[in-house]
Design a protein around this ligand. Sequence first.
Ligand SMILES: Cc1cc2nc3c(=O)[nH]c(=O)nc-3n(C[C@H](O)[C@H](O)[C@H](O)COP(=O)(O)OP(=O)(O)OC[C@H]3O[C@@H](n4cnc5c(N)ncnc54)[C@H](O)[C@@H]3O)c2cc1C
Length: 400
Amino acid sequence: MTTIRSTPAPSPPSSAASRDAREASVDVAILGGGPAGTAAALTLRRYSELSVAVIEGSRYERPRVGETVSPGIRSMLAFLGVWDDFLAEGHLTAFGTSAAWGGPHLLTREFLFTGRGDGWLLDRGRFDRMLARKVEESGGLLLTGARLSSCARSPDGGFRLEVVRPGGAAAIRARHLIDASGRKAALGRRLGARQRVHDALVGVAGYYELPGDRACPQHTLVEAVPDGWWYSAPLPGGRMVAVFMSDADIVRRRRAGEPSGFEDALAGAAHTRERLAAGRLRPTLHVRCARSQRLDPVAGPGWIAAGDAASAFDPLSSMGLGFALASGSNAARVAHDVLTSDGSLLPSYGDSARRHFEQYLDLRRRFYALERRWPGHAFWARRQQISAATRPIEPAATIA
Ligand SMILES: Cc1cc2nc3c(=O)[nH]c(=O)nc-3n(C[C@H](O)[C@H](O)[C@H](O)COP(=O)(O)OP(=O)(O)OC[C@H]3O[C@@H](n4cnc5c(N)ncnc54)[C@H](O)[C@@H]3O)c2cc1C
């Protein structure tokens, strides 16, 4: 059986057979250039001879939410060959997490006592751009600002993708596809998979400018409130992010996606408010889907999903980025195995995705069960209900 190399190729050969922007032929096409998609591309470029194209809808210009990562990210970034680049990017060291959860007082857990080193508070836009740049440097084809307009199976068993870009349309022929398009799972759903959705959680993120002399503890702070919970974290460049997590219908009712409603919601979060007191809220807020969901099936003939497209977790778990990098890399190994060997890795990828998600649901149930101060409030009443459910429930409301 041919396996993916365990050490990087000394000098990776160029990726696309044809690098004409309008016509490319690759072994693996990846939809989505976030952490999962770029991890998949880097794994293939560093550890195999396969050619890769990453189709990314954005130009990495929009702010990206999701910035706290645990110390464990280091080994994954080293495996992808980007650890030194990561260190050069100026992300903040995170020393731990403080939480007012289940009671009004803050409890702090320092990473120091885990023996695994420090965590990180990322500038997510910078992080994702760095990974995308490394894909190009490794010989991968990166198409940004690219919208998938069609995806058809070709007679040889591969796929023909058409993408629209500002400069015109482009066609990509690929032998295998990886869906790394995030919570939309745009490719998997197009190919017939269904999303099993477990709640209607959304996050409203606001960015604060802090005065230059203001030092803020390099902790992520989590605080439960009657309508949901907040997290906040300092970011590189004298900024702070504060995110209100609640259900889509509650966010709409409170108008928490608008600055006045956002600050009104913040009034109930004493610890978070205190650390933001000296900051100035930027006028634009960012509403992001944060539902717990799983793609079913997670793979099919010639395609596989990774990252949020495969399994998306409540940000309370801080599992998203680590999972995106690891599952992107694992999906790349499976695609390599399908293309160069007998595809025997595929069933275990699906089984472990299912098992991992069930373990996550149990963890989520136990976390939410710790907070019992507001049983009469819809957000917490739903959490008690969903934590008892064994099957997905219909979300009370979804975000458009
Ligand atoms: C409010 C919030 C807070 C979070 N906080 C944390 C945290 O503190 N720590 C943590 O570990 N995780 C956190 N997460 C989760 C984390 O952000 C995600 O798990 C992670 O970004 C998943 O990476 P991904 O590559 O799978 O998907 P994404 O990061 O969503 O990347 C998907 C990429 O695909 C592109 N794309 C989408 N559709 C298409 C299309 N049709 N065509 C082309 N391109 C497309 C997008 O532009 C994007 O670049 C948070 C999430 C939310 C919503």
